[in-house]
Each structure stands twice: as C-alpha cells, then as structure tokens.
Design a binder for this molecule. Structure first.
Ligand SMILES: [Zn+2]
Length: 288
C-alpha cells in the first residue's frame, strides 16, 4: 500500500497537471465507489480544481464547494486517463474536466480515473463540504501527521496507548501516513525493537521515534518526487523492509523477520534488540 511519501508526491504531480481544470462530471462505475450521498458530487461541477492535497494516506481533491477524499487502499491508483472508455478496466470512478487547449492547439481532454486492481473493491471516494472534510469520517479518525507530530505529542500518545511500537506506527488513529515499510524503517532508524511497548519508551523513546519518522519520510519523499509516477513497493529503497537475510547496512548483522498473516516485521538484532533474535512465527514451528 502506498504510504505518505508516495501519496504526497502523487498529490503534487496531480496538482501540477490538473489544478485550474474545471470539473464537468464525476462518474462512479459501481455502487461502492462513492461512499457519501450528501453533498452530491455535482455541487462541484463547473468549478476549477484548486489543488490535490493529502491527509494521512488520503488524497484530497479540493474544489470551492466540495472536497473529494480518495483512498487508494492496497491496489488503487488515481491516474490521468485520456482513453475515456465507457467501461475502463478496474475503473472505480472518473473525474471529467472541461477540455483545455494545449500550446500546439490540440485539445487536452485528460480525465482522472480511480482504478483498483483485484476484486476487493475497497478504494473509494467521499464527497464532503470543505467545512466537514476534517471533522467527519474518514479523516476525523486520523491521528497527527507522522512527519510533523512533535516529540511531546508523540510522548503523550505513547503514554496513553499501551501497544507494540510497530503496531502503533501502522495504526492511522495514532499517527497518520505510515504503513508496513516505514514502520520497519522507522524502528530501525530509531534503534528500537519493533515489539517495544510504547508506554515503556518514555520521552526519550518518543523523541527517537519522532526524529526517525521525520528523516525516513523526508528521504522517501525525496526519492518519490524524482519519479514520474507512484512507485511500487518493490522499487522503494529500504534498509530493513523486505530485506530478510540481507546484511544490515549499518552494522552488517543479518536482517531478521517475524511474519504475520498480512505483513512481516523486519529488524536488525544488533541495532534494535540487543542482539536477541526473536522467534519467527512462520519458521519456529518447524524447529520444535
Ligand atoms: Zn544493524
């Protein structure tokens, strides 16, 4: 799933390409694509797109009368669409804009298409008034932005929520924008075990995690801004994530894994757990 840096860089690219274009139509291609009934999307028709913004892992298409909040989930993408076919493959919804003339005189009719691969159909669009966008679902549930949460704010959240730090980082209600890859990278950068309890980390632990979030996100954002389109997870640089068996780039120890049904926790024993190798759920049953 794309995380904050991928979504942020994508929002910036879409703003560059689409800001100022006038919305003429919003077309959902199935009944799950639009998650809201009021206001109707047509309140934004004939209004220019102000910008594509971001909150957590959500894209926000801002028009004066309405904000379209888009969640890509696992396999969703919001992509420029110049084919404009009636039934686009994997199509969930389309934003159609007034054609604009290119410098060479040709007409640019490019739309924005929300696609989702697979059968899950979990990507979606919420149409909200600008006043309600931040105070109603889905955005109201989000914690502070991972890139800008202060050391003190994080220390307070750690003290109030007794969780494994890796799970805390992936929980969008705690901090918004981090997923499986960055959770692995941040714990390693902070030199903290992914299984450390947030309540026991204290102010120093919170400061280390907050600093690691800022630097890991800044690096990923720099990488992502160099690209013409959103990277896939295998393209993204990592020290720990998906590196099981590789040497740690900082100390040379072997990167270890603890696997769960939906994700894998990667860590370096020397950097993070005082050299202790934790039991891997997937392999330990064969060692009994
Ligand atoms: Zn290491």
């Amino acid at each position: 799933m794309p995380e904050m840096p991928e979504i942020q860089a994508h929002a910036e690219r879409l703003t560059e390409q689409f800001a100022g274009r006038t919305l003429t139509k919003f077309t959902p291609f199935n009944f799950t694509a639009l998650k809201t009934a009021v206001p109707a999307p047509d309140v934004a028709y004939s209004h220019p797109l102000l910008e594509v913004d971001r909150r957590g892992k959500y894209l926000l298409l801002r028009f004066d009368p309405a904000v379209f909040v888009v969640h890509l989930m696992q396999g969703g993408r919001l992509v420029p669409d110049d084919k404009l076919s009636l039934k686009p493959r994997g199509g969930q919804a389309r934003f159609t804009f007034d054609p604009v003339e290119r410098p060479d005189g040709s007409l640019d009719e490019t739309a924005l298409l929300l696609t989702e691969q697979g059968k899950e159909r979990r990507a979606g669009v919420w149409c909200l008034t600008p006043e309600d966008a931040l105070t109603t679902p889905p955005l109201v549930k989000l914690g502070p932005e991972a890139a800008t949460v202060t050391d003190d704010e994080l220390a307070q959240l750690f003290a109030a929520n007794s969780m494994r730090v890796h799970g805390f980082l992936r929980d969008q209600r705690m901090v918004a924008g981090i997923g499986r890859r960055l959770a692995n990278e941040v714990c390693h950068r902070a030199r903290i075990s992914p299984f450390a309890n947030t309540r026991k980390l204290g102010a120093d632990g919170a400061a280390a995690v907050a600093a690691a979030m800022r630097s890991c996100i800044a690096e990923s954002l720099e990488f992502e801004r160099e690209r013409a389109d959103m990277s896939s997870s295998k393209d993204r640089p990592s020290a720990m994530h998906s590196r099981t068996g590789d040497p740690c780039p900082d100390c040379g120890d072997t990167v270890r894994a603890v696997s769960y049904s939906g994700y894998t926790v990667n860590y370096c024993p020397t950097c993070q757990t005082g050299g202790k190798v934790l039991a891997d759920n997937t392999t330990s049953k064969f060692l009994k």
